[in-house]
Design a protein around this ligand. Structure first.
Ligand code: NAI
Length: 249
C-alpha cells in the first residue's frame, strides 16, 4: 500500500462500493482523509465505510446516483461536513452493451454517456468552485486505456472515456491558477466485477498486456493516492497510465 499524507481534508470517491473505487477509498482512509463513500449501491457503500472506520479511519457512506446533478451537489455538501473538500475521485462507471456500432442500442449509448461522462461533468461543476474556496485541491477522473485507443464492440464506453480525458484537460487549464489540479487515470484491464470473469475472457484480456496479467484495484489506487497527495503538486492535466504496458504496443 502507498503512503502519502492526505490528512486534514475530506475526499469524495464515487463508485466506491466496489473494485477500483473501493480500493481508492480504503487507501485514502488509511492515509488520513475523511472519505465520503459514494455509491448507487447503498449497502456496498456502508460496508466500505465500515471497513475504513474499523481500521481507525474516518468515513461516511453516501447512497446515490453519480449521474444525477442534484445528488452530486448533495455529495459535495456532505463531504464538506467532514472537512474542507480537497480531494475528489470521480470513478463511478459501467461497461455497457457489447455490440457493433451498427447494432448498438440508443438506450445503452445514452446510459453509458450518462454514467461515464455526464457524471464527471456534474461532479467537476460542483466540486471545482468549492475546492477553489477551500484554497485548492486535487481531482482524479477515472478514464481508461480506452480513453486513447479503441476496443471493438465497446463504442459507447470508448467514446465516453475519450470525453473524460478532454474534459479533464479543460478543467485543468481553467483551474490551474486557482490551485486545483485535475488528472485522468487510465487503467488497463483490472480484475473487478466490471469485467466478464469467465476464464476465456480473463485469459484473452490478460494476454493483451505485456506483463501477461490483469491489474489489481490496489495498483490503480496507489497511483490515485499519489495524484491527490502533495507529492504530485506539478502534475495537472495529465493522462496517467497504469496499464501493464498495454498502450506501449
Ligand atoms: P465495479 O463495477 O467493480 O465498481 C463500480 C461501482 O460504481 C459499483 O459499486 C457501482 O455500484 C457503482 N456505480 C455504478 N453506477 C453508478 C452511479 N450511477 N452512481 C454511483 N455509483 C455507481 O467497476 P470498476 O472496475 O471498479 O470500475 C471503476 C471505474 O474504473 C469505472 O469508471 C471504469 O470504467 C474504470 N475502469 C475500469 C477498468 C477495469 O478493467 N475494471 C479499466 C479501466 C477503467
Amino acid at each position: 500500500m502507498a503512503v502519502y499524507d492526505v490528512g486534514g481534508r475530506s475526499a469524495i470517491v464515487s463508485g466506491a462500493g466496489s473494485g477500483i473505487g473501493r480500493a481508492v477509498a480504503l487507501e485514502l482512509g488509511a492515509n488520513g482523509a475523511s472519505v465520503l463513500v459514494f455509491d448507487l449501491n447503498g449497502e456496498a457503500a456502508k460496508k466500505v465505510a465500515d471497513e475504513i472506520v474499523g481500521a481507525g479511519g474516518i468515513a461516511v457512506p453516501f447512497d446515490g446516483d453519480a449521474a444525477d446533478p442534484e445528488t452530486v451537489g448533495r455529495s459535495v455538501a456532505a463531504a464538506q461536513d467532514l472537512g474542507p473538500l480537497r480531494i475528489a475521485v470521480n470513478n463511478a462507471g459501467i461497461s455497457g452493451e457489447s455490440n457493433l456500432i451498427g447494432d448498438y442500442s440508443t438506450e445503452s449509448w445514452r446510459k453509458v454517456m450518462s454514467v461515464n461522462l455526464d457524471s464527471v461533468f456534474y461532479a467537476l461543476r460542483a466540486q471545482l468552485p468549492v475546492m477553489v474556496a477551500a484554497g485548492g485541491g486535487s481531482i482524479v477522473n477515472m478514464a481508461s486505456i480506452l480513453g486513447s485507443v479503441g476496443f471493438p464492440m465497446s463504442s459507447a464506453y470508448v467514446t465516453a472515456k475519450h470525453g473524460v480525458v478532454g474534459l479533464t484537460q479543460n478543467a485543468a487549464l481553467e483551474y490551474a491558477k486557482q490551485g486545483v489540479r485535475v488528472n485522468a487515470v487510465a487503467p488497463g484491464f483490472i480484475r473487478t466485477p466490471l469485467l466478464d470473469d469467465t476464464i476465456e475472457a480473463t485469459k484473452f484480456l490478460a494476454d493483451k498486456h505485456p506483463v501477461g496479467r490483469l491489474g489489481t484495484p490496489e495498483e490503480v489506487a496507489n497511483l490515485v493516492l499519489f495524484l491527490v497527495s502533495d507529492a504530485s503538486t506539478f502534475i495537472t492535466g495529465g493522462y496517467q497510465l497504469v496499464d501493464g504496458g498495454y498502450t506501449a504496443q
